[in-house]
Design a protein around this ligand. Structure first.
Ligand code: FCB
Length: 447
């Protein structure tokens, strides 16, 4: 294992999100979210499954926490379902929803696992989408009120706060491409959503700073190198624009105070005086979700003239076929360090597959272990070269509802049988536990 000089307080964690694992979508007063709606739309989810039950984590969270404790993870990143706290997105509060996260947080703390709370992992209350969702400028205020409720309730025990998960994925896929809820394909809606989500982030940071003593606040960005499909010059402009949307549209305004050039020109009509200062609020760290690189292709029939291109045939892939380029992970960590100059937590990294138990009931996900080996090695290289990486969270603790791919893509360290809800730690869970143990042993401070 090439992870030299990992500090003793390096965070080894596991990530999940509410809609992907909780289930219990109509229980204890939870309101519908835009993903409940999408799951009921024809073609909304490839395999026709839903998050109605998912991993039933709403009822089985004690077992899931026990699994994490056994693995030795020191932190758990989960998200709060906004429609559980505020079934209509604003107004009436759902006490039972608030109580659920109290129980979860208390149990984590008892197990010695630090809660890392994401406020928004894509499950906007449907009632707010009916009012325009993120295309409405009011959305920043709705989000701030929701953040206020969560901060007041959990801020005594939770110190690690994340405003949003992967801003550009849910705005691009939800408002320009129709790969995610709410499934709009319109430039103006997309531009408005980008700007309002940025405003909501800034408002959320102010709320958290004001209400949570000692808060450590971050935002999570997906960053992946964008390359022109086939290395062809005719795809270069598509790659450049996709790069702005995918990698820069959120961290640049939030951390540098300006939009990248092409988006800046297009978004101007929706930006009001003082907005950039409202968006660019000091935060404590950069959350990076990273998978493989993306290949872009020019396509005049799409909202922005770009689409996802083919991965080169000779590219190495694992599991569900996503490309594996650990050097690009190292390069991203270094690029983020140089551009934003702040501590980084890797808040998601992992790979999917169709893992199933063998005759002996074991799940031997060698491909995932290989993936984690090469990616954690690449992280080690970035750290040696100067990137200030403070923690690493695998995606995902459990197999779960993988958005548009439904239940068919499994990303977990722990296998979930969706018929029986039986949990089976995979070989990768044992590998991760051993990694954590060995790094802790070698980095333990001298007695
Ligand atoms: C990320 C999402 C996460 C999961 C992984 C595979 O884009 O944040 O919820 O779907 O991809």
């Amino acid at each position: 294992m090439a992870l030299p000089q990992i500090p003793h307080d390096f965070v080894w964690g596991a990530s999940t999100s509410a809609y992907q694992i909780e289930g219990a979508v109509a229980e204890d007063g939870r309101g519908p979210s835009i993903w409940d709606t999408r799951c009921r739309m024809k073609g909304g989810v490839g395999d026709g499954t839903t998050g109605d039950v998912a991993c039933d984590h709403y009822h089985r969270y004690p077992e899931d926490i026990a699994l994490m404790k056994e693995m030795g993870v020191s932190a758990y990143r989960f998200s709060v379902a906004w429609p559980r706290l505020l079934p209509r997105g604003r107004g009436a509060i759902n006490q039972a929803g608030l109580d659920f996260y109290d129980r979860l947080i208390d149990r984590l703390l008892e197990a010695g696992i630090e809660p890392w709370l994401t406020l928004y992992h894509w499950d906007l209350p449907q009632a707010l989408d009916d009012l325009g969702g993120w295309t409405s400028r009011d959305a920043a205020g709705w989000f701030a009120d929701y953040a206020c409720l969560a901060a007041r309730r959990y801020g005594d025990r939770v110190k690690r706060w994340i405003t949003f998960n992967e801003f550009s994925v849910f705005t691009l896929f939800g408002y320009a491409i129709n790969w995610a809820a709410p499934g709009v394909t319109d430039r103006v809606s997309h531009l408005r959503a980008i700007h309002h989500v940025n405003l909501a982030h800034g408002a959320g940071v102010d709320v958290l700073r004001g209400l949570v003593p000692g808060a450590s606040i971050g935002a999570i960005h997906n960053r992946q190198i964008v390359l022109p499909e086939g290395g062809k010059p005719e795809n270069q402009a598509a790659a450049d624009l996709l790069n702005e949307h995918w990698n820069l549209a959120f961290p640049d305004p939030q951390l540098l105070g300006h939009y990248p050039p092409q988006i800046a020109r297009a978004i101007e009509p929706y930006v009001q005086a003082g907005d950039m200062a409202r968006i660019c609020r000091p935060i404590d760290w950069f959350g990076l979700n990273h998978y493989g690189p993306i290949f872009a292709r020019a396509d005049a029939d799409t909202t922005w003239g770009f689409t996802w291109g083919e991965t080169p045939e000779d590219a190495p892939t694992y599991g569900v076929g996503w490309p594996v380029f650990p050097d690009m992970f190292r390069d991203e960590l270094l690029a983020i360090s140089r551009r934003y100059r702040m501590p980084i937590y890797v808040t998601e990294n992992g790979c999917g597959g169709d893992d199933q138990p063998d005759a002996a009931g074991q799940v031997n996900d060698e491909h995932r272990i290989n993936f984690f080996k090469v990616y954690t090695d690449a992280m080690g290289e970035a750290m040696r070269a100067g990137a200030d990486v403070r923690g690493y969270f695998v995606w995902c603790l459990l197999d779960n509802f993988e958005w548009g791919s439904g239940l068919s893509q499994r990303f977990g360290l722990v296998h979930v049988d969706y018929q029986t809800q039986k949990r089976t730690p995979k070989a990768s869970a044992r590998w991760y536990a051993e990694l954590i143990r060995s790094v802790r042993r070698s980095s333990a401070p001298a007695a």
